[in-house]
Design a protein around this ligand. Structure first.
Ligand SMILES: NC(=O)c1ccc[n+]([C@@H]2O[C@H](COP(=O)([O-])OP(=O)(O)OC[C@H]3O[C@@H](n4cnc5c(N)ncnc54)[C@H](OP(=O)(O)O)[C@@H]3O)[C@@H](O)[C@H]2O)c1
Length: 337
C-alpha cells in the first residue's frame, strides 16, 4: 500500500494534537510526519506512532517532499502557507476559515459531498465545526425530502476557540466558586456560569460571522443555495462538544419515526432518542466520540412541515480533526494526492 508524507501545521494545538490521535487511530498510511507550529514550540518533542518527532517552526521549507498537509493554526497562517504548501506539491486540508468560501476551493464533509474533492487545485477546506455536525444530521433527510428552511440555535463549547479558552473557563470557574472577581481575556465577557451570544465578529446584518458561516457553508456543502437558514450561535461553559437545537421545514410532511429510520441508516450519525428513559445526546457523553448524535426528534407544533431535533458532536473530532483526516482518506482512496 502506498504511504504518504504528512505535515501538520499547528501540531501543538488542540486540533493539531487530535490530528495526531486520529491519524494513529485510523492507521492513516503515513511514510513520515513533520510537525510544525510557531517558533514558541520549535524543539518540543511529540510522540507519533510511538516515535518521537521534533516540532519545527513553520517556514516556506516545511512542505518540501510533503504529500498531504493538515493545517490548523488559524486563518492568517493558512492564507499564506497553504499556498506555499500547494505550490510545493502537497495537497492541503485546511481547518481554518481562510479558504472555505473561495469558489476555487472545495468545502467538504465526506458523508455529504465527498465528490467535491475531485475539483481541488491543491487546497480542500474543512468546514466550521458547528456547520459540520448540522449537515451530517440534515443531509440524509434533505435527500429524501428537500429542506426549505432551517432555524438553528447553537450551544458551543469553549474548546472551539482553542486551548487558551479552556484555561479561561477553568480559571474563572475556580474564581467564581471562591467568591473572587473574574477578568475575561479571550472571551468578550465572563464565560464561567454564563452564556455569550457572540462567536466571532458582528457583521453589518446583525448576525455574527460564526452565524453567517453556518448559512453560507451549509448552502455550499449541500449544493443548496435555496435553503433559507437563520442561526444564533452561543458560547456556553462546556469544555468539549457543541450542541444544536434545530428546527427544519421540509417540502413534504415527515413523521418523526420516518426521520429516525432515515437517520439510523445515515453514515456518521447515531440516533439517541428515547425520552421515556431520558435518552438524548449531551456534550459530556459525546466528547471523544466520532459520531454526530441526534435526539429529541419531534414534530414541530408550529409548522405542519416541520421537525425539531437536538444534535451534538465532539467539535475537536468530527468538528475539526476527524473530518479533515476523513477528507485526506477520500483524497487517497480516489488517487487525488
Ligand atoms: N477547536 C475547534 O473546535 C476548531 C474547529 C474547527 C476549526 N478550528 C480552527 O483550527 C485552528 C486551531 O485551533 P486550535 O483549537 O487547535 O487552537 P490552539 O489550541 O490555540 O492551537 C493553535 C495552534 O496554532 C499554532 N500557531 C499559532 N501561531 C502560529 C504561527 N505564527 N505559526 C505557526 N503555527 C502557529 C500554535 O503553535 P504554538 O503552540 O507554537 O503556539 C498551535 O499549534 C483555528 O483556525 C480554529 O479556528 C478549530
Amino acid at each position: 500500500m502506498k504511504k504518504y508524507a504528512v505535515a501538520i501545521v499547528g501540531a501543538t494545538g488542540l486540533v493539531g494534537q487530535e490530528f495526531i490521535k486520529v491519524l494513529e487511530q485510523r492507521r492513516f498510511p503515513m511514510s513520515s510526519v513533520r510537525l510544525c507550529a510557531s517558533d514558541r514550540s520549535a524543539g518540543k518533542r511529540i510522540f507519533v506512532n510511538h516515535t518521537e518527532v521534533e516540532v519545527q517552526e513553520t517556514s516556506s521549507r516545511s512542505f518540501e517532499h510533503i504529500d498531504i498537509a493538515l493545517f490548523s493554526a488559524g486563518a492568517d497562517i493558512s492564507k499564506h502557507f497553504a499556498l506555499v504548501a500547494a505550490k510545493a506539491g502537497a495537497v492541503v486540508v485546511d481547518n481554518s476559515s481562510a479558504w472555505r468560501m473561495d469558489a476555487e476551493v472545495p468545502l467538504v464533509v465526506p458523508e455529504v459531498n465527498p465528490d467535491d474533492v475531485a475539483w481541488h487545485k491543491g487546497i480542500v477546506a474543512n468546514p466550521n465545526c458547528s456547520t459540520i455536525q448540522m449537515v451530517v444530521a440534515l443531509n440524509p433527510l434533505h435527500q429524501v425530502n428537500p429542506i426549505k428552511r432551517i432555524v438553528v440555535d447553537t450551544y458551543q463549547s469553549v474548546s472551539g476557540i482553542g486551548s487558551v479558552a479552556i484555561e479561561e473557563l477553568s480559571t474563572q470557574s475556580k474564581q467564581v466558586l471562591e467568591g473572587k472577581n473574574t477578568a475575561p481575556h479571550v472571551l468578550p465577557h465572563q464565560i464561567a456560569f454564563n452564556l455569550l451570544p457572540e462567536i466571532d465578529v458582528f457583521l453589518d446584518n446583525g448576525y455574527t460571522k460564526e452565524e453567517w458561516k453556518m448559512v453560507k457553508e451549509t448552502q455550499k456543502i449541500m449544493h443548496a443555495e435555496e435553503i433559507a437558514i437563520s442561526a444564533t450561535c452561543v458560547r456556553v461553559p462546556v469544555y468539549i462538544g457543541h450542541s444544536e437545537a434545530i428546527s427544519v421545514e421540509f417540502t413534504h410532511p415527515i413523521a418523526p419515526d420516518e426521520a429516525r429510520r432515515i437517520l439510523a441508516d445515515a453514515p456518521g450519525v447515531k440516533v439517541l432518542d428515547d425520552p421515556t428513559v431520558s435518552l438524548y445526546p449531551h456534550p459530556w457523553a459525546a466528547a471523544g466520540s466520532d459520531d454526530v448524535f441526534v435526539g429529541r426528534i419531534r414534530a414541530d407544533n408550529s409548522h405542519p412541515l416541520g421537525l425539531a431535533m437536538w444534535v451534538v458532536a465532539d467539535n475537536i473530532r468530527k468538528g475539526a480533526a476527524l473530518n479533515a483526516v476523513q477528507i485526506a482518506e477520500v483524497l487517497v482512496e480516489r488517487g487525488l494526492v
